[in-house]
Design a protein around this ligand. Sequence first.
Ligand code: ZN
Length: 257
Amino acid sequence: MTYAFRTAALAVLALGLASCATLGGANYYSVDEEWQAGRQLEDQLAQQLPLTNDRTLTNYVNSIGQAMARQTQLGNRPWRFYVVRDDAINAFNVPGGLVYINTGLIENVGSAGELAGAIAHEVAHGVARHGTQRLSAAQEVNAVAGAVGLGSGVEGIAAQIAAQGAFASFSRRDEREADQLGVQIMANAGYDPDGLADLLERLASQERGGGVAFFRSHPLSSERMQSVRQMARRYDGRGLRTDDSQFASVRRRAAQL
Ligand SMILES: [Zn+2]
């Protein structure tokens, strides 16, 4: 099952939002506006996505996520981490400190370190504010608000973010930045950043079998895999965590949902 935002998204995407993402890096939204919109999106997504209420699973993902978020310049803002009952191998960030991890991803990673890599990468997209940055770029060409009349104020921002959709793909530059920042966040939170490189390699090998949703929104290249490995190598030998004792049972639980 793959769930997605069901809004005006397709209309907006048809206007070619993804290709706008390469325009400048300006962000027209304040952090306050983004986080206020995030609260609305969180409520909306709780209705639209099959979030699990398995406490063991959500507490586990949340504790890794909060440890990561605390290491960042937006660590003083609220962050929320959710597990979505969805077999698609995917994870995504929604503006305003929201991170969603699919059970399909948890089932298919090999260690706590790899899962931490996925979480760190999503936190990094959030800290770099790629979502609202892309929205800003789209507005430079007047594609979103004018085209679908989504209103103004915080409600308008939330509607525009929802319209942009979690499945709109990030640019390669966004990916590079999220990998770079993700590696730092992992190491600062005590996880070996090789976990992110291992994750990308594992998913790339599964991708050859077809259909890793993660790469639809987070484009992969061999250059990307190599550069993450290189960045991670700087932390070699520092005794950072690659796995933990809870992970195996967490993965089993995810598989049973
Ligand atoms: Zn990404």
